[in-house]
Design a protein around this ligand. Structure first.
Ligand SMILES: Nc1nc2c(c(=O)[nH]1)N=C([C@H](O)[C@H](O)COP(=O)(O)OP(=O)(O)OP(=O)(O)O)CN2
Ligand SMILES: [Zn+2]
Length: 140
């Protein structure tokens, strides 16, 4: 019998959104101190790049961990429809009370991807907020 082989497959998706880093649990002064320019009252924008990675057995029959076309469909549902060209804080109810840091955007994407993907497949969400700021979340 052929050995079981594990593969990692990644699909990359870009989306554009604006936000403001502001915690309802901090005073205005504290918000300014913690978030600096990112607390600007009228917000600022990013072209986010998200890498969604799944990990699983390479199926002997199909040769796939999962069909990338299906991964693309999940990404459309979880990232593009709710987040692209949106004001994260005002258009996405989740961020009404959760600060829209890239860490929390990664958690949002993780939790919603889990609802779309077969159990145990999701491995990592990596978000490039800018060319220099990169966040990784693995569900821990
Ligand atoms: N831990 C986190 N820190 C910060 C986050 C975050 O999501 N998590 N986000 C921001 C801001 O949203 C901000 O837009 C990032 O700005 P900045 O650091 O200026 O971005 P660049 O690295 O591209 O800017 P350079 O001026 O080119 O260095 C802040 N912190
Ligand atoms: Zn920002």
């Amino acid at each position: 019998m052929a050995p079981e082989r594990i593969g990692y497959i990644t699909r990359v998706q870009s989306f554009s959104a604006c936000h403001r880093l502001h915690s309802p649990d901090l005073s205005d002064e504290e918000n300014k101190q913690v978030y600096g320019k990112c607390n600007n009252p009228n917000g600022h924008g990013h072209n986010y790049k998200v890498e969604v990675t799944v990990r699983g057995k390479i199926d002997a029959l199909t040769g796939m961990v999962m069909n990338l076309t299906e991964l693309k469909r999940c990404i459309e549902e979880v990232i593009m429809i709710p987040l692209d060209h949106k004001n994260l804080d005002q258009d996405v109810p989740y961020f009404g009370k959760v600060v829209s840091t890239t860490e929390n955007v990664a958690v949002y994407i993780w939790d919603h991807m889990l609802q779309q993907l077969p159990e145990g497949l999701l491995y990592e969400i990596k978000i490039h907020e800018t060319d220099k700021n990169i966040v990784v979340y693995r569900g821990e």
